[in-house]
Every structure is written in C-alpha cells, then in structure tokens.
Design a protein around this ligand. Sequence first.
Ligand SMILES: C[S@@+](CC[C@H](N)C(=O)[O-])C[C@H]1O[C@@H](n2cnc3c(N)ncnc32)[C@H](O)[C@@H]1O
Length: 197
Amino acid sequence: MGKGRESGMPDEAYWQTFFNPECIVAKLDCAGPGDVVEFGCGYGLFTMPAAKLVSGAVYALDIEPEMVAATAASAVKAGYANVVAQERDFVADGCGRPDGSAAYAMLFNILHIEEPVALLREAYRALAPGGKVGIIHWKLDPATPRGPSLTIRPQPEQCREWAEQAGFRFVRGEDLCCCSWHWGMVLERPQTHERPG
Ligand SMILES: C[S@@+](CC[C@H](N)C(=O)[O-])C[C@H]1O[C@@H](n2cnc3c(N)ncnc32)[C@H](O)[C@@H]1O
C-alpha cells in the first residue's frame, strides 16, 4: 500500500498556477452543512475554499507530513478553525471517518493511484446517503504541463465507471472553464429507499 503512484507534488507556487480553487470547489457542489473528507490534501489549495463554503469540518488527509503541516499552517493563517489536517495513509488504513458521516468527499488529482475503485468505495462508506463526491483530474492532453503519465491518467468516462462500480450515481460532468487543464465531475451516494410497508 502506501503512497499512490505518481502522486508527488511540485513546489507550491508552481502548483497553484494551474487552478482556480474557489471556482472549482463551488462548481463541484462543495458547500453547505456537514463534514468534508479530502483524500490527499497536498498543500491545502482546495481545503481552504472548502472550509469557507461548508459549516462542518474539513478532514484534510495526506500521507506526507509536509503536506499536512502546510495545510494546517494555511488554515491557521486564513483563520479557518474547521480544518482538521491529519497525516494518514487512506489507502492502507481508510479515511478514519465513521460510516455515513460526511456530506462531501474530494478526490482531486488522485484517482490515478493503483486501486481507484477501492478508494471510491472508502469515500462511499464515509458519505451519508445523498452525500456527494467531487472528482477532478488532468485532461488527457500531451500539452498538459504536469500530471501523471498519460498511460495511467484516468478520463471522465473511466472515473464515472469506477465510481458507479463503487455504488455512486452520476450527477454531472463539469468542464471547468475556470481552469485550463482539468475536467471535473460530481456523483452522489444514492439515498436509501425504505421498502413500502
Ligand atoms: C497529486 S497530489 C494532489 C493534492 C491535492 N488534492 C491537489 O489537487 O492539490 C496527491 C496527494 O495525495 C497524497 N497521497 C498519495 N497517496 C496517499 C495515501 N495512500 N494516503 C494519503 N495521502 C496520499 C500525496 O502525498 C499528495 O499530496
């Protein structure tokens, strides 16, 4: 287990140039009541806008202590008391949140890891029925300045299929006009329906 393949980060200033994080988080429905679980927070680029938009806690998880420290420091600087930055290997040990406890899960630039369906299943487990997962990843374009190797870079159709295997229902795709090199997608954990009596 351990750190997912090709998931190291370049320096922070360079990474930031690729994203409009406020726009991405808002477009992918990360807002409102309830907790967020962020799988692989990196520098916390998406953690801060999520913390601003939700009323619950944002559990920002990463296997790299430097990433956790950077995210925690950004939260202190921005004054977000609802960020819980934790060092954790979520592939080996899961995200640590109780079943059905979260309203939103972020899988941003992470589904190229070795076992994407297992990670989606873990997100599904932690989400409450009706909870949503936002996915973003690099486009399959050789001109992209970063991103995992094209041979392991999953495309929207593939991510949708994996997510549906994990039990999610597709909500919609987002082409993220605020961001040149990424696509996005929202899915949800279906509501459970009571059997008619
Ligand atoms: C490509 S970065 C993306 C970071 C952030 N989501 C973003 O888009 O800015 C992937 C992050 O996932 C973390 N990661 C990879 N495998 C992990 C694992 N098994 N458990 C926890 N974090 C992991 C890496 O350390 C890295 O910070």
